[in-house]
Structures are given as C-alpha cells and as structure tokens.
Design a protein around this ligand. Structure first.
Ligand code: ZN
Length: 211
C-alpha cells in the first residue's frame, strides 16, 4: 500500500481509537508523574524543559493494557504475526500489543553492545513483524530492532511507539504510528535558555537540585 494512503488511514484510525484521546493520554502521563514540565538534567548530560518516563505509566497494568490495545488498533491493518521490541523499554508495551493482536511478543536485548534475539526466540520465514517501543527518541533502537528482525528472516511490516518525542516524523521504510506526539527540546548546558533564566536544574527522579 502506498505510504500516502496508509497515512490517511492512520489519521482516520487515530480519531477512532476506542477510549483514548490525546488529552486523556497527556493527563494519564502527567498524573503518573511520567511527563514533567520544568528544567531537567538528563542522563545524557543535556538539559530539557520536559521529562518523560513511560515506565511510570506502564507500572499500572491496566494502563499498559489500554495503551497496548490502542497501538494494536492502529497497527492491526498491517496484519503482523509477531511483535518484536527492544529491551528493556519496549518489553511491557510489546507484550500488551501482542496480547491485543493475539500474536507472539518477543524482545531483542543487548549482547556485547548490539541488539540480538536470545532465549530461543525465533522468527519463521514469512513472519510479519511489528516493532514496538515505548518512546521513540531518535529512532535508532527501532531501526536496530528492524535489522534484527530482517536478519532473522522476518518481514518488517511497521513500527509503533506510545510516544514520539523526536519532534519529527521518523523516516522509516515502513509505516510508523504513535499515540502521542510530544516535542521535548534538549539543550547543551552552555546553550540552555532555562539556565540563562537562572532556573535551578533538577535531575529527574530526585528532588535534589543540582547546578
Ligand atoms: Zn539548563
């Protein structure tokens, strides 16, 4: 199917995801402390005006199930036969998407720095693989997971994430869907406009103020 027509289908589907609107998702993330506004120093050392941690939403199984069903609704038309997720972040949501689609859910994990299928997971020739992540930041781990799927003999039919925080439409060679688009700009500390305003910077997950 041409990308254009699929994108149109995606928009139609988005407006009819049962029970989950964008505002409800944002509210869920904020109530779970998974999406914070402020001035944060990320693990990478960069500063940001927003902090996102999907695990804080997914720790509630009923929310994980709801999000999994919503992503499954967006992806069902691709007819996936396997969900493959990068560990650790993609494992919980991948499991829920697989449950909602009624297909296997597997994960790839790092071994010597590279993602690989372990634990006896196998892909059958002709398997139609949907790659599922919690957050798409650069798209790097989704791309790497696609490579794992193809190297194992699978046919990648699409990619999905709960949140796209890249600020752009990722350029994959398969359709991509996300439930929530959140632009969270990051800054080098020396160029951070929040630092320039003199706002104290906070390390996410703690109340300790660092400078
Ligand atoms: Zn700053």
């Amino acid at each position: 199917m041409p990308r254009g027509s699929w994108a149109f289908t995606f928009l139609v589907f988005r407006s009819t995801v049962v029970g989950v609107t964008r505002d409800q998702l944002l509210d869920l993330y904020r109530r779970s402390g998974a999406l914070l506004d402020g001035h944060f120093r990320l693990t990478s050392g960069l500063h940001s005006s927003g902090y996102l941690q999907c695990a804080l939403v997914l720790q509630y199984p009923q929310h994980a199930e709801t999000l999994g069903r919503a992503l499954a609704d967006l992806s069902r038309g691709l007819n996936p036969t396997v969900v493959l997720s990068p560990a650790l972040g993609g494992v919980v949501i991948g499991q829920e998407v697989g449950r909602a689609l009624g297909v296997r859910a597997m994960f790839a994990e790092r071994q010597d720095g590279a993602l690989a299928l372990r634990r006896g997971f196998t892909v059958a020739p002709g398997d139609r693989i949907l790659v599922v992540e919690d957050v798409l930041t650069t798209g790097g781990s989704t791309r790497e997971t696609m490579q794992v799927a193809r190297a194992a003999g699978g046919h990648v039919v699409g990619a999905a994430a709960i949140v796209n925080r890249s600020g752009t439409v990722p350029q994959f060679d398969v359709p991509f869907v996300a439930l929530l688009e959140v632009a969270l700009p990051t800054y080098e500390p020396a160029d951070c406009p929040l630092c320039a305003k003199g706002l104290p910077v906070v390390k996410p997950g703690s109340r300790q103020v660092t400078v």
